[in-house]
Design a protein around this ligand. Sequence first.
Ligand code: SF4
Length: 358
Amino acid sequence: MKPSLSPTASERPNLYDVKPDELPALLHAFVTPSFRVTQIAEWMYRRGVDSFEAMTNLSFALRGELAERFTISFPRGVAAAEAAPDGSRKSLFTLADGSLIESVFMPMGERTSICLSSQAGCAVGCTFCVTGFFGAGRNLTPAEIVGQYFSLRNEHAVPSEQMNVVFMGMGEPLLNFENVVTALDILGHDIAPKRMTISTAGIIPGIRDLARLPKRPNLAVSINAPDQKRREEIMPITAKYPLDELVSTLRDYPLEHGREITAEYVLLAGYNDSVEDAAALARLLRGLRVKVNAIPFNPDPNLPEWMKRPSDEAIDRFVRALVRQDVAVTVRRSKGRDIAAACGQLRGRSEPRRPRAR
Ligand code: SF4
């Protein structure tokens, strides 16, 4: 399947929507000699430029011809970027059709992560997630996905070697598989696959497709409850992708040396955060090369009132119970909580929130 093209007013194809290995054939007819194609790829995939004008080692005539036939545009963050005390910045991007998406730039010492959106909303409807609350949105094109990365990386002038990318923003990346894979191919020219992470609600066919890729990013899977009943309560889509089948799919997932799957677990006070829940989770994950990333729930007025963040003591008890079962576990520091940019808080809307009944 071909990736969809960016919905710009222009009829010209956007070269950021094209798989990198298809770029030479597309340009071959009029870009000669062939090293010029390499130069164009370098400008795009390493420098992340969004105009042919910037390609100063190409002739003026060639830049003009490229601009007549193609675009290399991507969305730029609008002025809604906010800064949190921990250094995180949330950026709002307006797409050509008026859709709004958000990305988060998160400095973490010597590393910087960018949390990318893959859809302009999300149909999956996890009940603890604001994106899910606001509902479905269209798939983002490859240009719209990589544009978030290049726009933020260039704005903050971060060297590629320090960058990590996580697909944990708005949308379910495995429901926009082709475009996300094209974006991974493009980003793979700038950062190694092991520094990119796809986070999924557990879309089993998508995980199987990901397993067949020659260069795989890291895989993070939202588990969130140690049993099917509770998982289905807070993640209705999991009725279609049952927990036992998900775990057996993860057992078959090929992992390179030194890599592991991340099991994400949103901790909800009094719901899934007991010592018994930790023991059940450890039993569920036994035999998998996995580490648990415990994510204390981030409250939001749009989300159900009964959902609360556990106390620090409860989080600590849960973590220690996992460690006693020899499960590797980290607790996610919620970067960007002060600006509603933490996990599950992205909405792609700039207007004030209007809580409504679920
Ligand atoms: S947690 Fe992810 S998959 Fe679930 S509704 Fe939110 S964006 Fe969608």
